[in-house]
Design a protein around this ligand. Structure first.
Ligand code: ADP
Length: 486
């Protein structure tokens, strides 16, 4: 498959440390990356640990001072070049992403362009990191507020969006004048490496961006949180690992950006446009095979439209094409690992045991491997695992509700607070419900909310900080106030 790329040099089996491509780890150990669609080994990479992370951090520390001194316009120019390179190479980047992660090629290309949009946006923002002047508190005082880059940033990213989750961290960090040392998920490191190569070609200086390759993430995570040269850690992944990193970072009061798990409610009121709600549910639930932190995890449907909604949804889900991401028309690729398949299987079994029914799907696909049938469950209740845990797979559990008060209580009854969705045409209800939902993001009559121009992020145990929009750059700058006596 790699042979078909326009630019095969984008497939890399080396880490990028301090501007050097490093083929061997200090220990000589390696790890393998497999295509989840067929189990084939697609790369063997150096398995690094905190020693290599330490070197990358030192290089970042040295390079960052000069980078911070450059004008915003200069940094913007390099990010613009990178944006153009990503767009020009989008087909190759998408193919690499599909090979290592499994998502359908069209979705992979969408992700690459979505990631690029952050590079474009934050390049533009690089010129607009405005400070403030504040009227002095005494006649002879003048007060000026400036914003400065936080310094060296460490980034840990997950496998579900191997390109975009890195782009969302790299772009604001580099735009603000920080240096960034990253560690992609061991399942999907190739996308990060091609991204790094393009960043190098665009003129991002040596040391400003490093990619550590490691299958020993706790070791690298230790260095990222314990090295005092690192001033901020940005992490996208599970809430459990987020807590570990927060505890470790506490020792040096590390600044943290955390994008953690979600348990998104998707509410359909009786006055909703049902077809639009079904359409939104398809996108929100089944995009990336249900493996996104903003995927609808619990679908609450008001009693009067419950049967109609479940029939329409099951009909659409029943015709989804399962297969390898390169097959034309495929909308559901493989799940990422055996563990992911096991969790989906367990959640369905638990629900069925407690009285739920399968409207469509419910089983591993006949293809075997990591393929699982997109599933709709009806008759789901709050006692089932799907009510509390993030399934992270193609399962839509449909809960029935009667009143607005009930559904808001159920929707908020979780430790998570990332994305939420609801469908209604009643303007007063729209504002009431949107304000009552305890979530960082609310999709109203839409199932797709991610864009570089809006602040992505969660509350409660879904994390802290925001990615994207004018708010996003704030996570990578420190406010300093100058008090002048004149
Ligand atoms: P997921 O369920 O998406 O795999 P994880 O939180 O386990 O979620 O993984 C997200 C990222 O965090 C990956 O890059 C993974 O390697 C990394 N990671 C996992 N455990 C740790 C840890 N203890 N310290 C640092 N990074 C970790």
């Amino acid at each position: 498959l790699f042979a078909k790329l326009k630019d095969p040099s984008l497939v890399i089996d080396k880490a990028l440390i301090a501007g050097e491509w490093v083929a061997r780890s200090d220990t000589g150990q390696t790890f393998e990356v497999v295509n989840p669609s067929n189990g084939e080994v697609i790369a063997t990479l150096p398995d690094m640990n905190r020693a290599e992370a330490f070197r990358a951090i030192n290089a970042a520390y040295r390079a960052q001072k000069d980078w911070a001194r450059r004008t915003g316009k200069e940094r913007a120019g390099i990010l613009r070049k990178l944006y153009d390179l990503i767009v020009a190479n989008a087909d190759d980047l998408a193919a690499i992403l599909t090979i290592e992660m499994g998502k359908p090629l069209a979705e992979a290309k969408g992700e690459v362009l979505y990631g690029a949009s952050y590079v474009e946006w934050f390049g533009e923002e690089a010129k607009r990191v405005y400070g403030d002047t504040i009227p002095g508190h005494l006649q002879d005082k003048r007060i000026i507020v400036i914003k400065q880059p936080v310094g060296v940033v460490a980034a840990i990213t997950p496998w579900n969006f191997p390109n975009a989750m890195l782009a969302r961290k790299f772009a604001p960090a580099v735009a603000a004048g920080c240096a960034i040392v990253s560690k992609p998920a061991a399942e999907t490191p190739l996308s990060a490496l091609s991204f790094a190569l393009l960043a190098q070609r665009a003129g991002v200086p040596d040391g400003i961006f490093s990619v550590i390759l490691s299958n020993d993430s706790p070791s690298v995570g230790r260095e990222f949180t314990e090295n005092e040269k690192v001033r901020k850690l940005t992490f996208t992944g599970s809430t459990g690992v987020g807590k570990i990193l927060m505890r470790q970072g506490a020792e040096q009061i590390m600044k943290l950006g955390l994008e953690l798990g979600g348990n998104a409610p998707f509410i359909v009121f009786e006055d909703a446009d049902l077809d639009a709600a079904v359409e939104g549910a398809m996108i929100s639930k089944y995009r990336n095979n249900g493996q996104t932190c903003v995927c609808a995890n619990r679908l609450y449907v008001q009693s009067g439209v419950y049967d109609a909604f479940s029939e329409k949804l099951a009909a659409k889900v029943g015709i989804m094409k399962i297969g390898d991401g390169f097959e034309p028309g495929v909308s559901a690729g493989p799940l990422i690992t055996e563990a992911a398949v096991a969790k989906v299987t367990e959640h369905i079994a638990d629900a069925l045991e407690k009285g739920a029914k399968v409207a469509v799907g419910g089983k591993p696909d006949a293809r075997g491997g990591l393929f699982f049938q997109p599933t709709v469950l009806t008759g789901v209740t709050m006692e089932m695992k799907v009510a509390r845990e993030e399934t992270f797979g193609p399962v839509a559990p449909l809960f029935k509700f009667d009143t607005e008060e009930d559904v808001i209580e159920m929707a908020n009854n979780t430790e998570f607070g990332l994305a939420s969705y609801f469908y209604s045409k009643d303007m007063a209800k729209i504002f009431r419900v949107a304000e009552a939902l305890e979530y960082g993001m609310v999709g109203i009559n839409t199932g797709l909310i991610s864009t570089e121009v809006a602040p992505f992020g969660g509350i409660k145990q879904s994390g802290q900080g925001r990615e994207g929009s004018k708010y996003g750059i704030e996570d990578y700058v420190e406010v300093k106030y100058l008090c002048l006596s004149v």
